[in-house]
Design a protein around this ligand. Structure first.
Ligand SMILES: C[S@@+](CC[C@H](N)C(=O)[O-])C[C@H]1O[C@@H](n2cnc3c(N)ncnc32)[C@H](O)[C@@H]1O
Ligand code: SF4
Length: 379
């Protein structure tokens, strides 16, 4: 087990392997390579050993993301999970077709507390547009398998704005997702990632439907909030009140990012923010394994973050949440005239909290406009 004496409370671990590449995805992924999963985990453990000193003991959250972490060879995955520090929230991303009783048991025995499942849609023809492997039945089966293994914190990812998706398809997706009663839901608008074969094939169709997407977003929010979910971040919802059983079911790892906390990321393509330094590991699997096998740091880019950049990021991320952002510390990047206009226009609420601090929060209308409002607020 790798512990530290530092104060970084969030650890991200990247497992890049996938059984195939979905056309719309531009995450750092590697298809197949069963023979290299073990060597990659060896390298990850070396990187954790080299960098883990910055971590607090205990850390608060660990997030094992991908790629498809649940596609990793079981023994390699078990070895990795045994070595990461224990935390109150340990999330693993999983693709539905990989969730077997054996995988669920492995995750459970390894201290995983939360599973994030990539459902994307419950409509077969739209799954085919996305080039997904799982069927709607696979998604339902995966949730039941996780429940049978006593997982009580399951999140589903859904995508909307898929070419050919009608409003009734979106309603069907939301109803199917709600029927599974996940503790958490992430609803992403499909992004046309430049250079993907998906954008090449569907770019024009995506542009045509762009205007309809605001209506889709509003439909998502109204349906989920009416079903007892808290819209706590632009794209994220969690059960609340009695249905949450007294638990705070927000994704605490991601909350760390949105609150502007430091985090350590290990693996290819992983990013770390450590004080005023951002590190980005390069995406090459071969070079990553070779560098760590030779007792070196992984190939990476370093970026110094000045105070203004940090404050801008703090505003952009903090205003995604449904809780007030303290103005102290970010004042220097705020355009006061734009803020007054936004307050007047009913997009932002500016208040003074109990300790006398000025705070900002977007109204629901401001949240629907999202990034546009934030961009205007930044001087
Ligand atoms: C890093 S992916 C990995 C999860 C897992 N491999 C899967 O495919 O379900 C995490 C999530 O990002 C979202 N995502 C990936 N590409 C996207 C895109 N182009 N637009 C919107 N969301 C996307 C999907 O909802 C996906 O579940
Ligand atoms: S969407 Fe998920 S499964 Fe598909 S290529 Fe990306 S990471 Fe892999």
């Amino acid at each position: 087990m790798i512990g530290g004496t530092g104060d970084v409370r969030h650890l991200y671990v990247h497992l890049p392997f996938c059984s195939h590449r979905c056309g719309y995805c531009d995450f750092v992924t590697v298809v197949g390579r069963g023979g290299q999963h073990g060597a990659y985990v060896d390298a990850l453990l070396c990187e954790l050993d080299r960098a883990g000193g910055v971590l607090a003991d205990p850390v608060e959250t660990v997030f094992v993301g991908g790629g498809t972490p649940s596609f990793t060879e079981p023994e390699a995955l078990r070895r990795l999970l045994a070595a990461v520090p224990p935390a109150a929230e340990v999330t693993v991303e999983a693709n539905p077709e990989t969730v077997t009783p054996a995988l669920a048991a492995l995750l459970r025995e390894s201290g995983v507390t939360r599973v994030s499942l990539g459902a994307q849609t419950f409509t077969q023809r739209l799954l085919e547009v996305l080039e997904r492997v799982a069927s709607p039945d696979d998604v339902r089966r995966a949730v039941h398998t996780l429940r049978a293994a006593s997982f009580d914190n399951v999140s589903l990812d859904l995508i909307y704005g898929i070419p050919g998706q009608a409003p009734s398809d979106l309603e069907h997706d939301l109803a199917e997702a709600l029927a599974l009663a996940p503790e958490h839901l992430s609803l992403y608008e499909l992004e046309a990632k430049p250079g993907t074969r998906f954008t090449h094939a569907w770019g024009e169709e995506l542009e045509r439907q762009a205007e309809a997407l605001e209506g889709y977003f509003e439909r998502v929010v109204s349906t989920l909030t009416a079903s007892g979910y808290r819209w706590y971040e632009t794209a994220n919802f969690c059960l609340t009140g009695g249905r949450a059983g007294g638990r705070d079911l927000r994704a605490h790892h991601n909350l760390g990012y949105w609150h502007g906390r430091d985090y350590l990321g290990v693996g290819i393509g992983a990013v770390s923010t450590l004080g005023g330094l951002r590190r980005r590991n390069r995406a090459s699997l071969g070079r990553y394994i070779a560098a760590l096998a030779a007792d070196g740091d992984p190939p990476r880019e370093l970026e110094q973050l000045d105070a203004l950049t940090k404050a801008q990021e703090r505003v952009m991320l903090g205003l995604r949440l449904d809780e007030p952002l303290a103005v102290g510390g970010v004042e220097v990047v705020l355009d006061r005239a734009a803020l007054a206009r936004m307050v007047h226009g009913g997009l932002v609420v500016a208040e003074t909290d109990a300790s006398g601090q000025e705070t900002l929060v977007l109204t629901p209308r401001g949240r629907f406009l999202g990034g546009g409002v934030t961009a205007e607020l930044l001087a």
